[in-house]
Design a protein around this ligand. Structure first.
Ligand code: ATP
Ligand code: MG
Length: 340
């Protein structure tokens, strides 16, 4: 848990959906920042299991995916002594605040949300879209506001959602008096990592490189990566600044001398994409080695992982309950008759 000086630190909240093992995009856009910020901030990190149900109400995978994801977080450097890791559905106050916020959220804000608009457009018969999917950003607002978070370290794709949180926050504060600070996004220098097909790397698009994949699986995935679209033939001059493989070299190739060499060879058209990918695969496997080792040790001790979450759930509940008491007072709900 965060140390006793936590009260003086500014707070951050961020989460991920337990929908599969984490990939390089999750790491570069969010997790890397969580690890970096855990000394400086009072950090809360949430397994967003209710959010995982918005586009797939089947919950059978959630327990296994929750443990896998938290193991990934710790293998990447999140330290349970420095931050609070917890499961959203174990802090039911999120649902209560979500309900109150939903009354203060105009429908138009949600209908304009890019994720919803895209899904709405593709679902002519309105069969696959749930009420929960429309309200997703309101639940997200509750997740953040209930901890009075100042910052939200997320990838670029989440910025429009956070904008809704900020609007909901302003609306609530105006209606009932100031309760919540207005949270701000915190992005990394790599807020949008592209997948093998050059679209945003995403679990749901199947274009992702999973951090815990075997060296063999990583090699295979790297070889499928689309390179410079403006270089149709092997000996054409390349454009490294437009090539995802080159971006990955800059991030993961420990042999820093190779970066300018690769760039030069690519521009001259005498360094082949295939060789470039082979070298990247080797570099990436090496870069991921310490992560894989730590992950294996953690996976061998699921009781430890469950204990981290048990403690985290308690700490998160305490923090959320205190804020909900204040919210009930401000909204003048719940003070007429004392509960037994
Ligand atoms: P899904 O396809 O199920 O939505 P996802 O791969 O987008 O999964 P999320 O759990 O939605 O992953 O996102 C977790 C965090 O990782 C969020 O902060 C999100 O902004 C960030 N993130 C996800 N993909 C990327 C990416 N390609 N580049 C940078 N950040 C990313
Ligand atoms: Mg996503």
């Amino acid at each position: 848990m965060a140390d006793t000086k936590a009260g003086k630190k500014k707070r951050i909240l961020s989460g991920m959906r337990p929908t599969g093992r984490i990939h390089l995009g999750n790491y570069e856009g969010a997790l890397k920042n969580w690890v970096k910020l855990q000394d400086e901030f009072d950090s809360f990190h949430m397994v967003a299991d209710w959010h995982a149900l918005t586009n797939n109400p089947d919950a059978a995978h959630i327990h296994a995916d929750t443990l896998d994801m938290v193991i990934d977080w710790m293998a990447a450097g999140l330290d349970p002594k420095k931050c609070t890791m917890f499961i959203q559905s174990h802090v039911r106050e999120h649902a209560e605040l979500h309900l109150l916020l939903s009354m203060a959220t105009p429908l138009g804000w949600l209908e304009r949300c890019p994720t919803f608009k895209e899904l709405y457009r593709d679902d002519d018969e309105r069969k696959g879209l749930s009420y929960g999917m429309l309200g997703y950003p309101v639940l997200q607002a509750a997740d953040i506001l209930i901890y009075k978070a100042h910052f939200v370290p997320v990838g670029e794709d989440q910025v429009p959602h956070l904008e809704i949180t900020r609007e909901v926050c302003r609306r609530f504060n105006k209606l009932y008096g100031k309760v919540f600070p207005e949270p701000q996004a915190k992005l990394t220098e790599t807020p949008r990592i592209l997948g093998a097909d050059r679209r945003k790397m995403s679990k749901s698009l199947g274009n992702h490189i999973v951090m815990s994949d075997s060296p063999d699986a990583i090699r295979k995935k790297v070889l499928t990566m689309i390179t410079d679209p403006k270089r149709p033939r092997k000996n054409d001059p390349g454009h490294p600044d437009e090539c995802n493989v080159f971006t990955f070299h800059q991030l993961y190739n420990k042999n820093r001398d190779r970066i300018p060499e690769i760039e030069k060879g690519c521009r001259a058209g005498d360094w082949a994409c295939y060789d470039c990918k082979q070298e990247l695969a080797t570099a990436l496997v090496e870069w991921l080695e310490p992560f894989r080792e730590k992950r294996e040790a953690l996976a061998a001790d699921p009781d430890f992982v469950k204990d981290v979450l048990r403690q985290g759930n308690l700490a998160a509940r305490r923090a959320a309950q205190a804020v909900m008491t204040e919210v009930r007072e401000k909204t003048t709900l719940g003070s007429l008759i004392a509960d037994d």
